[in-house]
Design a protein around this ligand. Structure first.
Ligand SMILES: NC(=O)c1ccc[n+]([C@@H]2O[C@H](COP(=O)([O-])OP(=O)(O)OC[C@H]3O[C@@H](n4cnc5c(N)ncnc54)[C@H](O)[C@@H]3O)[C@@H](O)[C@H]2O)c1
Length: 338
């Protein structure tokens, strides 16, 4: 019998981070078949994966991770040998107005995948089926599970969980399910908790693409409160490299925090984007794009600051971000410019 390449299931591959990850992963890992499962919600866009269409090791299935029968069928049909799990409802504002979808996809969907992996890869708790010894479940999570920081300090892997929004609470729940499947059943899992990503292909509901879009349309740029909330920005390509490293070299049962060491408050960030656009695409009337900034009522329960110390992934796995914010934001803006 000819040996077939193992199939890795990537969920949520048509979203922002997934659609940066899938082409990269297919290119650098021709030893895998990559099967992308995505429901194509408003946040998923197949156009973001068109560069994969001609790749021989890429295939796509439209479907819901909450659909237990579908997930079990995919495991059996493709003999799935690894999972990289991005699929989620990901926008905090939507979780405030409609939390149910977050509970369903982020918690129940993750549970479905874990249970299917356990049943397919293991005979009983701590007893792996022959041939499935290296199968791994990698779960992508967020630094928001740790709650909010004051002006000082950083999140580490040992920071106690304190999620504040329905989004972060649903992600925290999914992290705990992953933890439980490792501790109870011995499932080979890893989890990464990353800071805010930026880069090409992000949905325009998020701050950086929204700012670029509003500038190009010369419409008001909304900023919550006084724009003082601080986020730690990670270029999406650097995040993809970290996931690849953790999936292949991370220790089973461990979590790894991934951050870009690029802390910026929202107002400074938006002004930087405006200044770059002033250079690249000056407004016809000679005004500055930052004149479009409009402060709006703050988000309910808005966390003040997130910042990650990525020491573990750096020292144990040798990960380093390739981009600074100055280089990453230019690549990002260039991608959005017509
Ligand atoms: N973007 C960030 O800054 C960031 C930061 C930290 C963590 N994360 C995590 O990274 C992952 C990916 O984030 P993103 O920004 O790419 O999200 P995204 O919202 O851009 O994409 C999510 C993708 O999941 C798909 N999806 C949603 N529900 C599904 C379901 N029930 N079944 C199958 N597919 C479904 C959507 O169609 C979409 O393609 C998420 O788990 C998110 O929590 C993101």
């Amino acid at each position: 019998m000819p040996k077939t390449n193992p199939t890795i299931l990537v969920t949520g591959g048509a979203g922002f981070i997934g659609s940066n990850f899938v082409p990269f992963f297919c290119r650098v890992h021709s030893e895998y078949q990559v099967l992308c499962l995505d429901k194509l919600t408003y946040a998923g866009n197949l156009d973001n994966l068109k560069e994969c269409t001609d790749m021989p090791n890429y295939s796509f299935v439209q479907g819901d991770i909450c659909d237990q029968a579908l997930v079990e069928h995919l495991f059996a049909q493709h003999d799935i040998k690894g999972i990289i799990h991005f699929a989620a409802e990901s926008h905090v504002d939507n979780s405030i107005s409609g939390p149910r979808a977050f509970v369903e996809t982020n918690i129940v969907g993750t549970f479905n995948l874990l249970q299917a992996a356990y049943q397919h890869w293991m005979e009983a708790p701590n007893k792996v089926r022959a041939g499935y010894e290296s199968c791994r479940f990698h779960h992508i999570s967020t630094d928001e599970v740790y709650g909010s920081l004051g002006a000082e300090g950083f999140f580490s892997e040992t920071t106690p969980y304190a999620p504040n929004s329905p989004y972060s609470a649903s992600k925290a729940s999914s992290d705990f399910l992953v933890r439980a499947y490792h501790h109870t059943y011995g499932l080979n899992t890893t989890t990464s908790n990353c800071s805010n990503n930026y880069g090409p292909k992000q949905h325009c509901e998020k701050l950086i693409p929204k700012t670029i879009e509003r500038c190009l349309k010369e419409e008001p740029i909304p900023i919550y409160g006084q724009g003082q909330n601080v986020r730690d920005w990670l270029y999406v390509g650097d995040h993809c490299n970290a996931i690849d490293l953790i999936f292949h070299k991370g220790k089973s049962g461990e979590t790894y925090n991934v951050g870009g060491h690029n802390e910026l408050d929202n107002l400074t960030l938006v002004k930087k984007v405006c200044a770059i656009l002033d250079e690249k695409k000056p407004r016809a009337n000679g005004a500055k794009y930052e004149d479009l900034i409009t402060f709006v009522t703050d988000r309910a329960g808005h966390d003040f600051r997130y910042a990650i110390a990525p020491d573990k992934v750096t020292s144990e796995l040798g990960w380093h971000p390739a981009e600074t914010f100055s280089t990453g934001i230019i690549k990002t803006i260039d991608w959005y410019l017509p």
